[in-house]
Design a protein around this ligand. Structure first.
Ligand code: RUB
Length: 325
């Protein structure tokens, strides 16, 4: 990547800001928005040469990539679109990039609904499902089960600090699913009533570890202790190819203001200088494969330990930065 990249289209900059600020959030939604942003960059480009066009698209991809580090759906989406950029002229490059982004978005939506059908087969009439955070892949399974006529109930964890559980609760109520909303600390108590834990994923590592909203790993450990199966709904775009070569997944640390307000911080720090008070806010954690019963993708469901086979099939052995050819 060279240092002198051109400026990006204002729409790309706005999408990047929305992802960073979590106005656009959730791994699949971020991937969809990133593909859309690359299409906008291609559409609006006034590049005078094919080379300039390619540099603009790479700059847009880099801007989007640098927003949030954990959800691999973002670099996977950028890589997919940029690899479809082909042609000898600016107008050919533009058309191929836009077409590839559209194809990506259509495939993403289809994969989610296929995954939902597969995941719903694990749910029986009358089941109670506990959720964490807000995952469109997980909701797709619940929606398919409801469409099949199954009566499903949900216990929805609030999911501190940003309370994405409220989004899950609202969408489940829209589907007519009875919802019990609980604070995170109450989860173990309510596992006694649950038949499944159902979560999404931001990344799946080659060893089957699941990287998802912080709190997922504790929930999975508790679920195992209570004998409640843990199901992870994750499209194959959540598979992290770099982990096949030993790379680890970066866990995003977010601002302390999501945890305590300035006022609360001042109150806790009291009269002492506050550099003795550290507030940490990791957004995600890693659930080891032994606590996961099934990873449900649009290609079928897999025990976590076997997911690497699918990964090799889809990605080969190596991948570079999203903007590398
Ligand atoms: C969202 C989160 C979701 C996954 C999967 O975290 O952890 O479970 O992204 O979501 P954040 P989806 O709110 O910090 O983005 O199934 O919609 O891809």
């Amino acid at each position: 990547m060279d240092d002198s990249l051109p400026a990006v289209d204002p729409d790309v900059a706005a999408t990047a800001a929305d992802i960073a600020e979590m106005e656009i959030r959730g791994a699949a939604t971020i991937a969809d928005a990133a593909a859309e942003a690359l299409a906008r960059q291609a559409e609006r480009s006034e590049a005078a040469s094919p080379n300039e066009f390619r540099r603009q698209l790479r700059a847009a991809a880099k801007t989007l990539y640098e927003t949030r580090p954990t959800a691999v759906s973002l670099p996977n989406a950028l890589r997919y679109v940029l690899r479809g950029m082909s042609g000898e002229t600016v107008s050919e490059l533009r058309a191929s990039t836009i077409a590839r982004a559209e194809e990506f978005q259509v495939d993403l939506a289809q994969a989610q609904s296929k995954l939902g059908e597969i995941g719903s087969n694990r749910l029986r009439d009358g089941d109670v499902v506990m959720t964490h955070c807000h995952s469109t892949d997980a909701l797709s399974c619940l929606e398919a089960a409801v469409e099949d006529g199954k009566e499903i109930e949900a216990i929805v964890k609030e999911t501190r600090p940003r309370k994405q559980g409220h989004i899950t609760a609202r969408q489940l109520r829209e589907l007519g699913v009875p919802v019990t909303l609980v604070v995170d600390n109450a989860a173990r108590r309510y596992l006694d009533r649950a038949d499944h834990v159902l979560v999404g994923a931001d990344s799946i590592a080659a060893d089957g570890s699941v990287i998802n909203k912080v709190g997922t790993s504790g929930l999975a450990v508790n679920a195992r202790e209570r004998g409640v199966p843990v199901m992870v709904a994750a499209q194959t775009i959540k598979l992290h190819p770099d982990t096949m070569t030993g790379h680890t997944v970066e866990i995003e640390m977010r601002a302390e203001r999501e945890v305590v307000s300035d006022e609360e911080r001042a109150d806790i720090a009291g009269e002492r200088a506050d550099d003795g008070l550290v507030v940490e806010n990791p957004a995600f954690d890693v659930t080891p494969p032994r606590y996961v019963d099934a990873i449900v993708t649009e290609r079928g469901q897999f025990p976590p330990e076997s997911i690497v086979i699918l990964m090799r099939e889809l990605f080969g052995e190596t991948t570079g930065e999203p903007w590398e050819p």
